[in-house]
Design a protein around this ligand. Structure first.
Ligand SMILES: Nc1nc2c(c(=O)[nH]1)N[C@H]1C(S)=C(S)[C@@H](COP(=O)(O)O)O[C@H]1N2
Ligand SMILES: [Mo]
Length: 371
């Protein structure tokens, strides 16, 4: 956190102020810190409503008084600066629709199990984020030619002796015109659990880059050496046998998550009529495009091409739909399999890895066709 902040500006949230996430409709994976998953059957719109958007917080949610909040920009820059929220809002703004997904989404499906929040399918959502380009702020501060990384720090603090949550973004991604500091989500002021008053949106990359409650941007010639950069959010260089410990030296940082799809309707295990069944969902591919989505209604023996919906944005999931006319009553395993613009396809079983990241298996639901 920023040392300049008044102590009274940061008190643990009691869940009273401006908190409009719908805790009764989300799955509570952890009440405090707040880890809330969206049930798949509620992920039916291209834009996820703010109150249904998953929440992932490592530590207690800071509650920040707007008047006391400052964004400090320093490090390897010519003119370090401090901005108030009004000053941020006065900069040229832009809005972009981005799908955010936690790297640990689907962790619960790994075998053998791995420690960490046991997300199933719903640590993902899509919103229209409004804010300023990180590049504009960095240019104003005068990034030096020697700068290589931008460290992002929020107002939350490690629990007990746990270290601060600080993430590091390589310079080219930080300077990319699509990387934002956002203060609005779907047209509304950011909700506290989603990072009020300001958060990073690093589009196309796993969710942990999109640091919430941002207070400090530090430009550096080197990568950050904290555990959320050097140990967390990393993936083995080579596939390892399930259950293996992997030393950080044998890992690489996660960035874009690979292609994935999710059947959002009909719900798993539901009863459907025999006449016609609209199978729909979303597919996304990090910073790549979704080329195609295939659907199988016979447990993968044959595949049909689904129709891609019209809603699209460079870093957003793409709707898909397949109209199925089952020939017989019975119980069916229905699968969805997305392919990205490079031809990469979802695996049947993702590689096991020690932190349980990147679960992007071909999705499946069981549908019971009425007679
Ligand atoms: N300051 C801070 N930023 C954070 C986190 C956090 O714990 N602290 N969690 C990260 C992770 S792991 C994810 S997946 C996204 C989730 O954003 P959301 O809670 O708005 O869905 O926020 C990221 N930003
Ligand atoms: Mo995450």
């Amino acid at each position: 956190m920023a040392p300049g902040l008044a102590a009274t500006a940061l008190v643990p949230s009691l869940g009273l102020a401006r908190q409009a996430v719908s805790k009764d409709r989300l799955i509570i994976r952890s009440a405090r810190p707040e880890d809330l998953e969206t049930p798949v059957h509620l992920l039916t719109s291209w834009i996820t409503p703010n109150e249904l958007f998953y929440v992932r917080s490592h530590f207690y949610t800071p509650s920040i008084a707007e008047s006391a909040w400052r964004l400090r920009v320093d490090g390897d820059v010519g003119s370090p600066m401090e901005l108030t929220l009004d000053e941020v809002r006065r900069l040229r703004s832009t809005t972009t629709v981005v799908t955010l997904e936690c790297a640990g989404n689907g962790r619960a499906f790994f075998d053998p199990p791995v420690a960490g929040v046991q997300w199933e399918k719903g640590a993902v959502g899509t919103a229209a984020w409004t804010g300023v380009r990180l590049a504009d702020v960095l240019r104003t501060a005068g990034v030096r030619a020697s700068a290589r990384y931008v460290w992002l720090d929020g107002a939350d603090e490690g629990l007990g002796r746990a270290p601060d949550f600080i993430r590091s973004v390589p310079m080219d991604k930080a300077m990319h015109p699509d990387t934002l500091l956002a203060y609005r989500m779907n047209g509304e002021t950011l909700l506290v659990p989603h990072g009020f008053p300001l958060r990073a949106i690093v589009p196309g990359w796993e969710g942990a880059y999109s640091v919430k409650w941002l207070t400090h941007i530090q430009v550096s010639t080197r990568d950050h050496d904290g555990p959320f950069v050097q140990a967390g959010y990393r993936y083995p260089r080579r596939p390892v046998p399930p259950g293996t410990l992997v030393s950080p030296a044998d890992t690489v940082p996660l960035r874009a998550l690979p292609v994935k799809s999710l059947i959002t309707s009909p719900a798993d295990n539901s009863m459907v009529p025999r006449s016609a069944v609209r199978i729909s969902g979303f597919a996304w591919a990090g910073d790549e495009e979704v080329r195609r989505v295939d659907v199988s209604t016979d447990n993968g023996r044959t595949w049909m091409t689904a129709q891609l919906g019209r809603d699209r944005a460079r870093y957003a999931w793409r709707p898909f739909e397949y109209l199925w006319r089952p020939s017989d009553a019975g119980s069916y395993v229905v699968l969805s399999r997305a392919v990205d613009s490079r031809g990469l396809v979802q695996p049947i079983v993702p590689e096991w890895n020690p932190a349980g990241y990147v679960w992007n298996a071909i999705d499946q639901v069981r549908l019971n066709v009425a007679s």
